[in-house]
Design a protein around this ligand. Sequence first.
Ligand code: NAD
Length: 241
Amino acid sequence: MSSEKSYLVVGGCGFLGRFIVEALLAKGEKNIHVFDIRKSFEDDRVVFHIGDIRKSEDLEAACKGITTVFHTASPTHGMGYDIYYSVNVTGTQKLVDACVKCGVKQLVYTSSSSVVFNGADIANGDETMPYVAKHLDPYNKTKELGERAVLEAHSTTDLLVCALRPAGIFGPRDVQGWPQFLKAAKEGKNKFMFGSGDNLCDWTYIDNVVHAHLLAAQHMTKESPISGNAYFITNDEPIPF
Ligand code: NAD
């Protein structure tokens, strides 16, 4: 049965965003909007807003009448600092501002476990870990700054906010993660092994990441302790990499 909520999935034409849209549809939700800089699929049940997260006017037009925003937008891998900063930091701040201006109730931000990773091993890490002082790359740095912008809204506005931090995500329709690793392997490009080969790296199945987003939206109320916090998302134990 559908709720009274209305949803905007920012980055809803991407790998994760589209699965969130499909999960909302499968739950019988009726008011589903997508905001993205491109359109990657057709669905009559979804309202599409083609726009740029770096433009407040685009965001405000899409946020009108929305109760819950999922923010999954980010530039693809391998870009430079400026593009990551403008989308992940400036764009995220503009989205927070648009949510507040339009009276959105909840904002669930897709962050990344990389905000606490500087290349050193992490075993049994939890949410008490601090952000790292020096990030490995511009993507990681700007995911931290974007996360901070979202979480700060908890103390400065009435918007309910949380950040979800998956590590790697895998599943159908992914074009960036495992397909690229497998392509490199098939082309004989994986010729080096770092360490003993026993290294672990966390990969979470897309359905579990989607489930975490829906749970956050379902349970993040004024009375719950969720808003203002970040949560790591995983399947269970890390899988051998
Ligand atoms: P994706 O590239 O498939 O989707 C991102 C979407 O954002 C795309 O549809 C893209 O068009 C859109 N977008 C980019 N710039 C935009 C802009 N300026 N304005 C509006 N839309 C814009 O990425 P994904 O794999 O689905 O990742 C979703 C989120 O999860 C990202 O925030 C990413 O940082 C995070 N994350 C991903 C992984 C992973 O392994 N895929 C792991 C950890 C965290």
